[in-house]
Design a protein around this ligand. Structure first.
Ligand SMILES: Cc1ncc(COP(=O)(O)O)c(C=O)c1O
Length: 455
């Protein structure tokens, strides 16, 4: 059961099918353009969407808003240094700010960053400084149905080869994303992390954690990795941070705050470079673009997030929804993770070709039938067409992501999601595809306009 009870509630918008139809038509079938008050269950993102605890709120009330050297900063610093062990810690307003500052300070144009899978802003920030972002997920990650427990791992053989052949482009860093959001939210094993750290050390390349979901990764390690059953998630997390040379963190996930992030580093010179850029572009080194209350709430969230009772319930509610979805005959990326479930829309809607966007079609149905907002991760997000709409590139899989905000929705909300999917799965052939009417050349999914495809 949930290890908390509810003290403050917020009504959720309840809409009619006709209102949803009109809303979707008005936004040209782009779910990003819906107003939040037109959405009943919002599973668009687990980032910054969690519910804070009474302890976080009261820590925030104690925030010290001094421009420099606030008590909030020192409290935050003590908590984060105990968790991570890094001597140099810089707050930032969110994950991508930490990425920009670290990569601008660490990378030189023409070099390469290798990862189990770069998250899209991480990739963008590597490319913005003139570097190449290479993804080498482990081979098991390609099989969506495989029950392999650590599909977030990096391919160690490929990494070794890349590190041995750096003539063309030197490797400036290896980024390990835990859990691997771009790779279906799958965890990375401690064994894989340790072997990656060894390879990096042998080749004098820093290993950086993208630690947005470090606690969820640690939970899955305690559940499934031999030798870790008797450890607490907190102990696993502490070990993971210490294996790396530094981290970038979006605290909007496993910090359970609405805004916040940080950089942690072992190298004092690199930290000094980052600090200069932070002061010029984010804020002084003791607040980094955040208010004192934000730092206090983040510190408290970072403690709560490794509580076994919190993580057990988070895993349990995700497993409950996953099982109900499987029972409805809809396949998901296996094994089910904690922060999101990924629906295999390509398999559910085989009559819709990739360039009529099966993932988007399913996401629209979830909204039309149940007021549920989700995110397409298929050919709308990753595909490409020529100026006549003919396919050039399709995504490898047509998926829909149901992200699960922390401590926000109850089992009955998720039962409504599963029931809506079950209704769709009863007659999938009635679902139609979509056609693009307008799009931008970059990150098109945010602003795209579509219409139902005819025939
Ligand atoms: C793995 C990962 N890294 C980095 C980020 C970027 O963090 P933010 O949204 O706080 O900028 C995200 C956001 O979803 C993420 O999932």
């Amino acid at each position: 059961m949930e290890p908390y009870r509810i003290k403050v509630v917020e009504p959720i918008p309840l809409t009619t099918p006709q209102q949803r139809e009109e809303a979707l038509r008005r936004v040209s079938y782009n779910l990003f353009d819906l107003r939040a008050d037109e959405v009943t269950i919002d599973l668009l993102s687990d980032s910054g969407t969690g519910a804070i605890s009474a302890a976080q709120l009261s820590a925030g009330m104690n925030g010290d808003e001094s421009y420099a050297g606030s008590r909030s900063f020192y409290r935050w610093h003590e908590t984060v240094s105990e968790l991570t062990g890094y001597p140099h810690l810089l707050p930032a307003h969110q994950g991508r700010a930490a990425e920009r500052i670290l990569f601008t300070s660490l990378l030189t144009p023409g070099s390469t960053v290798v990862s189990n899978t770069h998250f899209d802003t991480t990739r963008a920030n590597v490319e913005l400084v003139g570097c190449q972002a290479r993804d080498i997920p482990c081979p098991e990650a390609k099989d969506l149905d495989s029950p392999h427990r650590f599909k977030g791992n990096i391919d160690l053989k490929a990494l070794e080869q890349i590190l041995q052949n750096q003539q063309e482009s030197p490797v400036a860093a290896v980024v390990m994303t835990i859990t691997n959001n771009g790779g279906g939210g799958q965890p990375v094993s401690m064994d894989n992390l340790r072997r990656t750290a060894d390879l990096c050390r042998r080749h004098s390349v820093p290993m950086i954690l993208d630690a947005a979901r470090f606690a969820e990764n640690a939970w899955l390690v305690t559940r499934h990795e031999p030798g870790y059953q008797d450890r607490t998630p907190r102990q696993v997390a502490e070990e993971a941070f210490r294996l790396a040379d530094g981290c970038i963190m979006s605290a909007k996930k496993d910090g359970i705050v609405h805004i916040g992030g940080f950089i942690g580093l072992k190298d004092p010179e690199l930290a000094q470079k980052c600090e200069r850029l932070l002061i010029a572009t984010e804020g002084f080194a003791t607040y980094g673009g955040l208010a004192g209350r934000d730092l206090d709430m983040m510190a408290q969230g970072l403690v709560e997030v490794t509580e076994p009772s919190y993580l057990a319930e988070r895993a349990d509610i995700a497993a409950h929804l996953a099982q109900r979805i499987r029972d409805a005959g809809v396949d998901i990326v296996e094994p089910a993770g904690l922060h999101a479930l990924y629906l295999n829309a390509g398999r559910l809607l085989p009559h819709i070709p990739p360039h009529q966007y099966p993932g988007h079609s399913l996401a629209c149905q979830l909204y039309l039938r149940g007021g549920i907002r989700s995110a397409e991760l298929g050919s709308l997000y990753l595909g490409e067409e020529d100026e006549h709409g003919n396919p050039i590139k399709s995504a490898p899989y047509e998926l829909v992501r149901l992200a699960l905000p922390r401590r926000v929705y109850t089992r009955s909300h998720y039962d409504h999601v599963a029931q809506t999917l079950a209704d769709i799965a009863k007659d999938p052939s009635s679902v139609h595809g979509y056609r693009i009417t307008e799009q931008s050349p970059i990150l098109r999914h945010f602003s795209i306009k579509l219409e139902p495809a005819k025939g």
